[in-house]
Structure formats: structure tokens, C-alpha cells
Design a protein around this ligand. Structure first.
Ligand SMILES: Cc1cc2nc3c(=O)[nH]c(=O)nc-3n(C[C@H](O)[C@H](O)[C@H](O)COP(=O)(O)O)c2cc1C
Length: 169
């Protein structure tokens, strides 16, 4: 898939085919692309917790009520910062870049995703629930699955010329 098409056509998906699963090969490709993101000093300070068990997904949903579609989707990827590896507090940037790569690769492979931000409180709750070391900080939750519909919505044009400042403000 053409990179520009992937960037322009990817949308957050909130309705999923129940019971459809992500193949091991596709999951590998999706996570591999995530790990090709740039990172400060090339520290690659990311960890990915992949949750697929239904009871676990349900518990995660209780911690994060704004991802009610997680259990239907069947896969949740908790993107975490390894705070011992990150450079100068830039881990959040690194994992955010990795997350976008992950979502674009998933889209190119025919999957739907929805990035769900997590609060400090939710981060601590997830860290405890998933028995993560204290140095690992959950930063975002990416819902992954097979979309129920080809597209849920078409956004209006997002290019905003007023947000561009060429040589002067
Ligand atoms: C930091 C962040 C937090 C988000 N949290 C949620 C969330 O909790 N639940 C949800 O359904 N979507 C969430 N989204 C998805 C946005 O609503 C979505 O990206 C935005 O409306 C633009 O739509 P698009 O992704 O289809 O282009 C989040 C996105 C970001 C970047």
C-alpha cells in the first residue's frame, strides 16, 4: 500500500468483527514496524504487552472505560515506556512514534485500530494488573482487530494552511 494512502485513509475504528483474530505473522509484522520508529539516541525504549484473553480484555476495559469495543476487537496492545532505557525523558515521544507506525502497518494489512490514551491513574492500574516491573510505564492502549465496516467515517480535509508558517509567523 502506498504510504500516503495509508496515512490519509487510516481511521480510528470502534466497531469490530467479534471473534476475528490477528494472525501471528501479521502481529509480528505490525510490531516489527512499530520497532522501526525513530527514537532518541536510538534507545528503542518500548515494550508491547499483547492482551488477547477475553477475561483480561474485560478487566482492561473496566480500567479504561473509553475503549468499550476492546473485547469485540480481540486484541489490545499496551504500549509501554522502559524508563530505564529512555533518553532524557523522551520515551513518550519514542513510543508515540512507534504507535503510529504500528497503526499504519495494521491498516495496510487490513486491520482496524484505535489509539486510546491512558491517564497516570490508569497507567499505574495497568502496570499492577499486568505485573509489570515498576520501571515499565504503560503509555497507551491500541485496540486491534478486524473492522466491522470498511470505513466508519470520512473526515473533512484536515490540511490547515493557517497552521503552516513559512519562514515567518
Ligand atoms: C492521545 C489520544 C487519546 C485517545 N483516546 C481515545 C479513547 O480513549 N477512546 C477512543 O475511542 N479514541 C481515542 N482516541 C482516538 C481519537 O479520538 C481519534 O484519533 C481522533 O478523533 C481522530 O480520528 P481518526 O483517528 O479516525 O483520524 C485517542 C487518540 C489519541 C491520539
Amino acid at each position: 500500500m502506498n504510504i500516503e494512502n495509508a496515512i490519509l485513509q487510516r481511521r480510528s475504528i470502534r466497531q469490530y468483527e467479534k471473534g476475528a483474530h490477528v494472525s501471528q505473522d501479521d502481529l509480528h509484522r505490525i510490531l516489527r514496524s512499530a520497532m522501526y520508529a525513530p527514537s532518541a539516541m536510538n534507545r528503542q525504549p518500548w515494550e508491547f504487552y499483547v492482551a488477547t484473553e477475553e477475561s483480561l480484555l474485560q478487566t482492561i476495559q473496566t480500567i479504561h472505560p473509553h475503549c468499550a469495543f476492546l473485547t469485540d476487537a480481540g486484541t489490545g496492545i499496551i504500549v509501554c515506556i522502559d524508563t530505564e532505557k529512555e533518553y532524557a525523558g523522551m520515551g513518550i515521544i519514542d513510543v508515540s512514534l512507534a504507535s503510529q507506525n504500528l497503526m499504519l502497518e495494521a491498516y495496510a494489512l487490513g486491520y482496524g485500530t484505535c489509539y486510546c490514551g491512558i491517564s497516570e491513574e490508569q497507567s499505574v492500574a495497568l502496570q499492577q494488573l499486568l505485573s509489570m516491573p515498576k520501571t515499565i510505564k504503560p503509555s497507551g492502549l491500541i485496540v486491534l482487530g478486524k473492522p466491522l465496516n470498511a470505513t466508519e467515517h470520512t473526515p473533512s480535509e484536515r490540511f490547515n494552511p493557517n497552521a503552516v508558517h513559512l519562514n515567518k509567523w
